[in-house]
Design a protein around this ligand. Sequence first.
Ligand SMILES: Cc1ncc(COP(=O)(O)O)c(C=O)c1O
Length: 378
Amino acid sequence: MQVRLFKPSLGPEELDAVRGAFERAWLGLGPKVSEFEEAWTKYIGSAVSMGVNSGTAALHMALAAWRFPEGKKVLVPAMTFIASASAALYNRLEPVFVDCDEDTLGLDLEDLERKITPDCVAVVAVHMGGHPVPMERLLAIARKHNLKVVEDCAHCAGGEYRGRKLGTWGDIGCFSFEEKKSMTTGDGGMLVANDPELLEPLRPMRWVGIDKDTWRRNALYTDKTADAHHWYYEIHMVGYKYNMNDLCASIGLVQLGKLDNMNALRRSHIARYLEGLSGVDHLRPLLPYDLSGNSSYWLFGVRSARRDDLILQLKRRGIATGVHYTPLNLHPLFAHHREPCETARAVYPTMITLPLFADLTAEEIDYVVDAVRSFPAD
Ligand SMILES: Cc1ncc(COP(=O)(O)O)c(C=O)c1O
């Protein structure tokens, strides 16, 4: 048996939606993007949403929203994907790496407070693997130190914390619809905010700086009542080619309809894993999985003192594994940073990500459990 690590859950509905975009012969930024943005706003409970072509683009633009002066600092978890930190670098801001909590692998809020200096302007809160950062505590710290809060929700689309959707707690929430994520558009991302004023200036930024969407002007091209300047637009800023397109939005609309069910399936797969692995003393679950309510875990894994041997054992059985993540401050790119993140450094050599996706079967989970259980304790 071969078991993949991640797999998008796609069916004929997504194919039909793509066919619809072909039939309309409008594949770029268009009405489907607006429709998806409206549906996402309603689902998440934000005031506004903006579709882009990746979670990385969403994070880049989120930190651009406040036009922070060059060289200011952004607090970023060490235990995350590079995009959470690149967003600061793209905006000529400096990431300050914050250690992770030993249990949740999310931001260690004590280390966060220790590392805040007057130059810090924002914090990126990553809900690592789908486990929520305690947002009420983070927001209290952010308020005290006048920090803007960007929630990186790449791992937790649809997840809630204390009955409120993740992404709506901070100033701006950023989602990823990359193919491995909780739901997918192939590649894609979304920004959400409770204050529409925050996102509106970013709309031209996602569309090379142009202040009008082509598809909205398109109807005027042959409108006899419109003047000859239907083509006119102005550029007031440096923009990026970050727009979501109609092809992706068509898939996204279908996937959004399936998201709650896909999150529920992942919860039940994790429950089966946890039951199957209970009593294996030399392992512990990667995260403190709380499967009550509307949690949206995206990563399942275990921690083992003999991580590499276990990875090899699973490889031999055809089971794909991963490690999420090498702490960012240990990468050569950040050699000059090296602020201490001792927990992340100590924990990551024990971390293994195991297969988790909505369409994972009970048989596959049991196969993985059996392979893990048969791994000798020492
Ligand atoms: C925590 C985190 N943030 C941001 C991203 C970037 O998302 P995308 O791949 O859509 O650019 C990822 C992608 O894996 C991620 O894991």
